[in-house]
Design a protein around this ligand. Structure first.
Ligand SMILES: [Zn+2]
Length: 206
């Protein structure tokens, strides 16, 4: 289905739109595209991101192609409510890093007539649903899943494969730490990793 923005841009009804996908899938670009159009429509727009994401400048939402738009980093989801009393459209980037309170915050904003556009990773590097994203997807009026391209075979990629060996769930990075893979290539890499670990284990025991 092609996303129909007209419904949202012309009427002031509250709603929740969620843009999800893996890393390098263009989530932030899609968020910025919608927010820029809302601005052109002379709507008051505010953008928030979790303070954890400090890869680029503190104040700007920056996607990987440096198509930047001003944003406010916040420490917890509740702060968003305090800063959006006079706003038509609220953008939230990297929503997977927010506390679970973000679910209630999005609902409250939408119930009060605000258009809420949320972008976030649907799964972590283990392919486990990420933070509040599953709940946000459930309560959304509209869901858009965007896809990256598998760097191995060129098919559609759904997964953010972690190249470095770390068990921490949050490891901010870009091309050096992650790469987008399709299901087939992801499983192939996982198998190879397991084999490597087994050989390591064997050499240690001999
Ligand atoms: Zn592939």
């Amino acid at each position: 289905m092609i996303f129909n923005e007209n419904n949202y841009e012309t009427s002031r009804r509250g709603c929740i739109e969620v843009i999800c996908g893996s890393m390098f899938s263009g989530k932030t670009e899609e968020l910025i595209r919608r927010l820029k159009r809302a601005k052109i429509a002379r709507q008051r727009v505010e953008i928030f991101k979790p303070a954890i994401d400090k890869r680029y400048s503190e104040e700007d939402i920056v996607s990987h192609d440096s198509n930047a738009i001003h944003s406010t980093p916040v420490d917890n989801s509740h702060s968003i409510l305090l800063m959006t009393s006079d706003v038509d459209v609220v953008g939230i980037d990297e929503a997977q890093f927010f506390d679970d309170g973000i679910i209630e915050v999005c609902s409250e904003l939408a119930n009060n007539g605000t258009r809420v556009i949320v972008a976030g990773l649907d799964m972590d590097f283990r392919r486990v649903p990420f933070g509040p994203m599953p709940a946000l997807l459930s309560i959304a009026d509209d869901v858009t899943k965007v896809h990256a391209i598998c760097v191995e075979c060129g098919h559609i990629a759904n997964y953010s494969y972690r190249l470095v060996d770390s068990d921490r769930r949050v490891l901010l990075g870009e091309r050096n730490e992650y790469q987008p893979l399709c299901r087939k290539c992801y499983l192939k890499h996982e198998k190879e990793k397991e084999k490597e670990k087994e050989t390591e284990h064997d050499t240690q025991n001999t």
